[in-house]
Every structure is written in structure tokens, then in C-alpha cells.
Design a binder for this molecule. Structure first.
Ligand SMILES: Cc1cc2nc3c(=O)[nH]c(=O)nc-3n(C[C@H](O)[C@H](O)[C@H](O)COP(=O)(O)OP(=O)(O)OC[C@H]3O[C@@H](n4cnc5c(N)ncnc54)[C@H](O)[C@@H]3O)c2cc1C
Ligand SMILES: NC(=O)c1ccc[n+]([C@@H]2O[C@H](COP(=O)([O-])OP(=O)(O)OC[C@H]3O[C@@H](n4cnc5c(N)ncnc54)[C@H](OP(=O)(O)O)[C@@H]3O)[C@@H](O)[C@H]2O)c1
Length: 271
């Protein structure tokens, strides 16, 4: 009798090697072993799997997209996550401990990558919440700093304690002084100058990214004008923010690339 062909699974079982709990229990990062041959470009995402059926502990049955935080040359993979109250995936993901299993799909996905842009001098990376993940991978990759003259990273959150990775980002800003500007923004409370040393005391008021763009204060805080000929903009995170920003930016000459036409805008929605 002929045996049916053995089909290799489309995923591998990896192991959690490190866990970071941020200032709020709502936010955490996981580092896991990297599957052999797993290649990606900063800005891409993996599909992560959990085996949530106790009757089948070796069979992942729930999958979600997660952007890689780690740079392509790191030995392990890092992910940054929020715990969505009542979510099916993120609460059990948050309960994983070092040594636990996490499944990783073999294929990487996504077009929020720097090769969406063929030219441009200034890179604007605009995120809300965990949308920061995709940009961390870009900022950990030295190639990004060779490619763009100036880089502005804006991270919008509700409260200052949700500004995860701020120490790493402040250190990167020092390391790339004059090239990288890290602009945290908070919507539900004012910022402090300690968190945002490049800002004047008059620029610490709470504000949404959309309002900062409309009023011109975003450019003022960044010390750079958003010129559609030079600026290449990425939007990542909350879909309402992405829609609203996209519409404001389109009035200023920003559009995603289409077949044969290079764009100056790239976007990714997280839900
Ligand atoms: C391309 C892509 C990349 C992603 N990368 C990340 C990542 O790096 N980190 C991450 O935490 N999530 C990321 N997500 C979201 C992630 O896939 C899950 O949706 C999230 O972990 C919640 O899963 P859940 O089953 O608990 O809730 P779901 O049932 O998946 O979502 C329930 C609701 O929670 C809210 N929600 C979902 N994700 C988020 C979020 N990230 N921030 C705030 N509110 C959210 C939305 O209102 C959503 O309708 C990404 C999604 C996409 C499409
Ligand atoms: N953190 C909380 O206090 C809280 C409260 C209720 C529910 N939740 C739930 O917790 C999960 C994660 O929340 P999160 O705070 O990490 O992510 P989030 O809901 O995406 O909010 C992140 C940031 O995006 C801003 N934002 C939202 N819509 C916008 C728009 N259209 N234009 C510009 N900015 C916009 C928010 O400002 P605003 O503050 O102005 O909205 C906030 O600063 C979600 O499931 C959320 O529903 C959180």
C-alpha cells in the first residue's frame, strides 16, 4: 500500500527565552528562539500560534499577527504585545513563562517596509500603542540610518507609563543625535520633560496625533517640515488613527504607492 506523502507543518514550535513586563500589566514583550532559516525585513510580521485546547497541547489552534521588534540580525525573535481585555489570544500569550512553547508560522508577511519607498530624505514613523513594534525593528537596523538623513519616531499612547521601550529609544536618540528624534505623545495626561527631553515645556500638553498634525505642532515638535517631496511617512496601529491620519495626509500630498507609481505613505492596521 502506498503511504500518503508526509507534509511538513507550516509552523515550528519555539521556546520563550525572556519576558519583559512593562510599567503596566497591560503591556509585555516576549523573546523566543528563532526558527532556523526564518528571514524577514524590518516592519514585517509573523503569525504566532498558541495551543489553547487542553486536549491537544501540541497543536496550535489560535493564531495572531505580531510585528517583529527584533532586527533581522538578532539571534532570537522579540515581540511586543498589549493584553486586550476579553481577547482570545493576548491574555494566554501574556501568561506564558520562560520555557513555554510558542508556535511561529514559517512565512513572514507585510508591506510596511522601507522598500515601499524608492527615495526620500526624511522618514516619519508614526505609531499608536503597540504599532511601535514594527518601527523598533527598523530602528535597531543600522541600514535605516544609512538610508535616511532624518528620522522622526512618534509614539502616541494614553498615559506616560505606556511608553514602553522609551529608555532604548532615548538612548538611540543620543546615539544618533541630530538624525533621530523620538517624540512620545500622550492623550490623557501631560508629558514630562524627563520623558521628552527634546520638547519645550510649552509642548507637553496632551494631544492626539491627528490634532498635532492639523495644528502644525507635530512639525514644530519635530523641528522638521512634512514636505511630501522629501518626507516618507509610515502609519501603524489603531485603524481609526490610520484612517484619520491618512485623510489628513492626503490633503497634504501624501499617498500610498500603486502599481508603477512610487508612494510617500505606507500604512498598517493592527485590527
Ligand atoms: C499586521 C498586524 C500586526 C500586528 N502586530 C501586533 C503587535 O506587534 N503587537 C500587538 O500587541 N498586536 C499586534 N497585532 C494585533 C494582534 O494580532 C491581536 O489582534 C492582538 O494580540 C489581540 O488578540 P486577541 O485575540 O486578544 O484580541 P482580538 O480578538 O484579536 O482583538 C479584539 C479587539 O482588541 C483590540 N485590539 C487588538 N489588537 C490590539 C492592539 N495591538 N492594540 C490595541 N487594541 C487592540 C481591537 O479593538 C480588536 O477588535 C497585529 C495585527 C496585525 C493585523
Ligand atoms: N488604556 C486605556 O485606558 C483603555 C481604556 C479603554 C479600553 N482600552 C482597551 O485596551 C486596548 C489597548 O488600548 P491602547 O490604549 O493600547 O490602544 P488604542 O486604543 O489604540 O489607543 C492608543 C492611542 O491612540 C489614540 N487614538 C485612538 N484613535 C485615534 C484617532 N482616530 N486619531 C488619533 N489618535 C487616536 C488614543 O487616543 P485617545 O486616548 O484620545 O483615545 C491613544 O492615545 C484596546 O483594546 C482598548 O479598547 C484601553
Amino acid at each position: 500500500m502506498t503511504q500518503p506523502p508526509v507534509v511538513a507543518p507550516r509552523y515550528t514550535k519555539q521556546t520563550v527565552t525572556h519576558k519583559t513586563a512593562w510599567a503596566t500589566e497591560k503591556l509585555f514583550s516576549l523573546t523566543v528562539t528563532r526558527p532556523p532559516g526564518f528571514k524577514f525585513v524590518p516592519g514585517q510580521f509573523a503569525r504566532l500560534g498558541l495551543a489553547l485546547d487542553p486536549a491537544a497541547p501540541e497543536t496550535p489552534n489560535e493564531w495572531r499577527a505580531y510585528s517583529m521588534v527584533s532586527a533581522p540580525n538578532e539571534n532570537e525573535l522579540e515581540f511586543y504585545s498589549v493584553v486586550v481585555p476579553d481577547g482570545k489570544f493576548s491574555p494566554p500569550l501574556a501568561r506564558l513563562r520562560v520555557g513555554d512553547a510558542l508556535w511561529v508560522n514559517n512565512t513572514v508577511f507585510g508591506f510596511l517596509t522601507l522598500d515601499s519607498f524608492v527615495d526620500g530624505e526624511d522618514l516619519w514613523l508614526l505609531a499608536t500603542g503597540t504599532g511601535l513594534s514594527a518601527y523598533l525593528s527598523m530602528l535597531r537596523d543600522p541600514a535605516t540610518f544609512k538610508r535616511f538623513k532624518r528620522i522622526v519616531l512618534v509614539h502616541g499612547v494614553r498615559h506616560a507609563f505606556e511608553l514602553a521601550y522609551r529608555d532604548e529609544l532615548l538612548a538611540l536618540m543620543q546615539q544618533h543625535a541630530g538624525q533621530l528624534t523620538y517624540l512620545p505623545i500622550t492623550t490623557q495626561e501631560p508629558l514630562t520633560q524627563q520623558l521628552s527631553p527634546s520638547l519645550r515645556a510649552t509642548s507637553l500638553a496632551p494631544a492626539r496625533l491627528t490634532n498635532l498634525l492639523s495644528s502644525g505642532e507635530l512639525e514644530q515638535r519635530a523641528g522638521l517640515s512634512l514636505d511630501p517631496n522629501q518626507a516618507r511617512v509610515m502609519l501603524c496601529g489603531n485603524p481609526a488613527m490610520v484612517t484619520d491620519m491618512r485623510s489628513l495626509l492626503s490633503e497634504r500630498g501624501f499617498a500610498a504607492g500603486r502599481r508603477g507609481v512610487a508612494g510617500n505613505l505606507a500604512v498598517e492596521n493592527y485590527w
